[in-house]
Design a protein around this ligand. Structure first.
Ligand SMILES: [Fe+2]
Ligand SMILES: [Fe+2]
Length: 307
């Protein structure tokens, strides 16, 4: 997707790094990590904080790869194969998005392997490892986006939230925060395509839901709300980052359980949810809730259900 019609699209700024990775500075802004929203962060030394930040950045890249491969592209390919999209132009743009996501996955995989060869020599995913049953259920749903329309809203959410994440990384760098140049470049390149994907999703939603009955929308809306509650609560992958940190810093073993508990406690934290998933940060998604109120969902509501 090469058209450039959004004011949020990054220019060439920060898109020049292909140098040795600098391990002396953060890979992402600290306020974009989970531990920032917990008392646990203050219990880490400066070296442990920095390493947590770097491992967390790798975990974000893995997340993006998982979203793009196992959710976004799986849905896009199923839609293209199903004949659900009547407009040739929309199908062409969807194919362009699939290509973009393939390129992004290569980019995230490559930087993780460069930065952490000891972790990624033989695999793409170290921290993101859904249980077999979760993977099976997800696969079954993403293959059927015409009837399981809630998965399209999940993908829409992931597109806008991941674009917002990259946008926030770039904003911090513009404001003078020290962010590792190669990781920053990846977010610049990622955002350049994602702003177009965010614009495409409302059209996909309208095209698919035009065939959906009121009852089907209601059922799918309820499934979406349930899924989002589960999906957003920090669990396995955030804990896996903690486990790796403790493995690298054995003196943290004494507070290992506290660190894990603090990450889990974020499931009920309004500050954490607001920082990433507030309605103001996901305007395209929330605008579409005006058209399709059956699918309206809020992060604040999800956090409240966990308290
Ligand atoms: Fe992407
Ligand atoms: Fe995307």
């Amino acid at each position: 997707m090469s058209e450039n019609n959004g004011d949020a699209v990054p220019t060439n700024e920060f898109d020049d790094a292909d140098t040795a990775i600098d391990f002396s500075i953060p890979f992402v802004p600290e306020s974009l990590t989970q531990l920032y929203y917990t008392p646990a962060l203050a219990r880490l030394s400066a070296a442990q904080r920095l390493r947590y930040n770097q491992l967390y950045a790798a975990h974000i890249n893995e997340q993006f790869m998982f979203f793009e491969h196992d959710i976004g592209n799986a849905i896009s390919r199923a839609l293209l194969a199903s004949g659900a999209l009547k407009q040739q132009g929309l199908r062409d743009r969807l194919r362009g998005m699939v290509d973009d996501e393939e390129r992004h996955q290569g980019m995230f995989e490559s930087i993780n392997r460069r930065a952490f060869p000891e972790l990624y020599a033989h695999c793409r995913h170290v921290f993101i490892r859904p249980s077999a049953i979760a993977r099976h259920l997800l696969n079954a749903c993403v293959q059927r986006p015409k009837s399981m329309t809630f998965v399209i809203w999940l993908a829409f959410f992931l597109e806008e939230a991941s674009a917002e994440f990259s946008k926030a990384v770039i904003k911090f760098a513009r404001e003078g925060a020290a962010i590792e140049a190669n990781f920053l470049t990846v977010h610049v390149r990622h955002l350049r395509d994602e702003v177009h994907h965010v614009k495409l999703y409302p059209e996909i939603v309208r095209a698919v839901l035009s065939d959906s009955s009121a009852l089907a929308r209601k059922i799918n809306g309820a499934l979406l709300a349930r899924l989002m509650r589960e999906f957003l609560a920090p669990k396995r992958s955030g804990i896996a980052v903690i486990d790796r940190l403790v493995h690298e810093f054995p003196d943290l073993k004494a507070i290992h359980d506290d660190l894990r508990r603090d990450v889990r406690s974020l499931a009920g934290s309004p500050a954490f949810y607001d920082a990433f998933f507030a309605a103001a940060k996901l305007p395209s998604l929330h605008n579409m809730f005006d058209e399709y109120p059956e699918f309206a969902w809020s992060a604040a509501g999800a956090a409240a259900r966990h308290r």
